[in-house]
Ligand binder design. Structure first.
Ligand code: G
Ligand code: G
Ligand code: NA
Ligand code: MN
Length: 251
């Protein structure tokens, strides 16, 4: 059986699940929110990685209904949390071509009954470069609703300085490839990684460093005034039930 055919029935059969990974404020050590990450529990193949099925979902257009399910489910989950916690959702470039994106976001917020500023949408540079006029218009509408926009995988794309000024970002997420090099073996790649962090911070937006795995990386990020961190050093993505526990422990 093909993965594509299986994916079409997987939504109806409840095989998709969201996991949630916290992001943490560097200075206070407090959790600021959670990023929703899609998981597919295939009945025969077991856990299929989003790296394998997202590209397929994009090719087939299935990402549109799947992305809608992610938005609805993530916002409904966040409604159970204290309202100082954000929920971050990844958007595929393909979703921007659907006229449904803005109405779906509005519906997800309304159904869950959460304030728009609690929703953070993660967009990659590559998504924007492809069809920048359309994406810009949609991002502007979302931003006007009060939704926060995060530029994901920063440093891996091709963004020019004018692009960074033009788009309405609230946050920059520094790609984990740079974070891992902060404590890497090569002097040169360490310097480049640190320059990327400092550049992101200098844009004056909120910055989140992804993929923080060690204390040493955290210390460097703190010294360079990175605002938030995320990674296995703090927590892997966890199930919704575990989030409830983590929130309980915090209180
Ligand atoms: O969670 P993991 O590292 O396996 O994710 C692999 C990739 O899949 C990451 O690039 C991540 O952004 C992407 N991804 C995870 N969940 C979603 C989602 O709900 N929508 C989209 N478009 N991408 C996702
Ligand atoms: O592209 P995006 O940033 O959305 O990818 C998120 C993915 O990164 C998730 O699938 C998650 O499992 C993975 N991830 C999260 N924290 C870490 C980490 O500390 N180290 C590594 N190697 N991967 C991580
Ligand atoms: Na992301
Ligand atoms: Mn990323």
């Amino acid at each position: 059986r093909s993965l594509e055919r299986d994916m079409r029935s997987a939504l109806a059969h409840g095989e998709f699940e969201l996991h949630y990974q916290p992001f943490i404020h560097v200075v206070s050590g407090e959790t600021c929110g959670f990023e929703a990450l899609l998981r597919w529990n295939h009945p025969e193949r077991g856990r299929v990685s989003p790296a394998d099925f997202i590209p397929l979902a994009e090719e087939t257009g299935l990402i549109v209904p799947l992305g809608e399910w992610v938005l609805m489910t993530a916002c409904a989950e966040a409604a159970k949390w204290p309202d100082d916690l954000k929920i971050a959702v990844n958007l595929s470039p393909v979703q921007f071509r659907s006229p449904e994106l803005v109405p779906v976001v509005m519906r997800a917020l309304a159904n869950a009954g959460i304030a728009s500023h609690r929703l953070e949408l993660e967009v990659t540079e590559t998504a924007i470069i492809h069809d920048s006029e359309t994406v810009f218009a949609v991002l502007a509408q979302l931003h006007a609703l009060g939704v926060r926009i995060a530029l994901d995988d920063f440093g891996t794309g091709y963004s020019s300085l004018s692009f960074l000024q033009k788009f309405p970002f609230d946050k920059v997420k520094i790609d984990r490839s740079f974070v891992s090099e902060l404590s890497g073996a090569s002097d040169e790649s360490r310097r480049i990684a640190r320059a990327v962090v400092r550049f992101a911070v200098s844009l004056g937006k909120t910055t989140t460093a992804e993929g923080v795995e060690t204390r040493e990386q955290l210390d460097i990020l703190r010294a360079d005034a990175c605002v938030e961190v995320q990674g296995f050093h703090f927590s892997p993505p966890v199930q919704g039930a575990r989030v409830a526990q983590m929130i309980g422990e915090r209180a």
